[in-house]
Design a binder for this molecule. Sequence first.
Ligand SMILES: *Cc1c(COP(=O)(O)O)cnc(C)c1O
Length: 229
Amino acid sequence: MPLSKQYQTVCQQIADACQQAGCEIENVQLLAVSKTHPSDRIRALYDLGQRAFGENYLQESLDKIQQLKDLDIEWHFIGHVQRNKTKPLAENFAWVHGVDRLIIAQRLSQQRPSDMPALNICLQVNIDGQDTKDGCSPQEVADLVREISALENLKLRGLMVIPAPNNVQAFADAQVLFQHVKAHHQQPEHWDTLSMGMSSDMADAIQAGSTMVRVGTALFGARDYGKNT
Ligand SMILES: *Cc1c(COP(=O)(O)O)cnc(C)c1O
């Protein structure tokens, strides 16, 4: 299927899910996840109107940012953040979604160039207790929100979750946690992003209150991981 048709289909699915959930379409953002796909595909989707793109692999994303620097793209890093790789993230991205420890946030804040706007951050939470190193526990969220919110060059916007596929309950749990933090937040208007939902479960995520769906396969087709190992 041509990219324009895929894009139209995904936008329509988001609009339909919003309508069903009774939310405003402008409250749900589409993040186009372009990992493993070449920069000419990103350029093609940009030409169709998409501005926010998500990448997972540092070197690959830096190459693409360089190749596409003539475009007004909002780059989101959605991969695992390694402690010794924070500087290029701080220097090249508008958003980092995978922050799950204070030390990572502190480094990003220190390394954010002073002539750039604050770096937008989502705190990654292991919402369904998966056996993974990624994401803080729900119990750690309150302290991390307080500590990260105090860092100078960051703007902590909300939560990011990657539950097991089609775990609808995890989306509901993430929404409860998100609202709980908002209710106790010093500046609740700054707490506006719940990043959840991917190609296979974006409608469920929107139903549960997602404000940003991260969609790769439904836009660009299947990924060829052979190239990245
Ligand atoms: C790859 C990836 C996505 C996109 O997944 P699709 O199933 O291709 O839509 C979304 N979020 C994260 C964190 C990812 O790594």
